[in-house]
Write a protein that binds this ligand. Sequence first.
Ligand code: PDD
Length: 289
Amino acid sequence: MPRASYVNGRYVRHLQAMVHIEDRGYQFADGVYEVIGVFGGCLIDVEEHLDRLERSLSELRMVPPLGRTSLKIIGRETLRRNHVQNGKIYIQISRGVATRDHPFPASSKSSLIVTASSGSWPSLSKAKTGSAVVTGPDLRWRRCDIKSVSLLPNLLAKQTAVEAVAAELWMTDDNGFVTEGTASNAWILTSEDEIITRQADDGILAGITRQTLIRLIKREGYKLTLRAFTIEEAKAAKEAFFTSATAIVKPVTSIDGDRIGKGVPGEITCKLIDLYFNHMHDTRDHHGH
Ligand code: PDD
């Protein structure tokens, strides 16, 4: 349980951290968020996460409550007050408090909250263990590129995964193509050793872990194609994995109970985990904390 959280200009005891009942985030899910990993006291890919936050805000015509530098100071201060060295921070911005009415309020100040929580990262060997994925329909709206707090379809799908004892549920669009996981991006490796993940369109959230991994994959010279793939292709893949700020790179060894490849974490997937771990270490070592 965090000790202190930031709410609209103040650090308050976490148990007393509250927003008003007429906050539009609470009433309409009229808000956006970011989850940023913390490794050795450092915020991983912080600039990229803040770029995406600014984009989500602008797509919803919301005004950032404060600038990027202030946001980083608040993030780091929230980490400090909670003694978080490893874990994550959560930033949420809503359109603010106004009498409940659907149109945007003529004047409202956006609400900002920041929380920090501790959590240990897996060891390299633990990270290289397999996980199960199940599949289901993507019930979301057509602007999944916006990191909105409106997550009901994601929650329903995640609950289906939990009840199936799976780590994730990969959602499929009306044409049978995988969009993404409930809180992660989906990837496969074909029998021709081509790494595939969906192009960043409005059907998926352009994950920051995905973006960083694309950069690392290109640097290493692996074959990469950004395109949609079907569940059938995924089940026939040599390797599969998913990425997110909290799961990092997670090997998938079964989809709907069907074994992927040899049924153990793939060789390339494990190399990508090494690359991402190195990226985390580099971030920490270069920013020093
Ligand atoms: N989720 N797709 C969806 C729908 C997500 O919610 C997330 C992240 C991702 C991966 O994005 P990134 O690599 O930037 O974390 C993809 C966060 C972790 C969450 O909701 O907790």
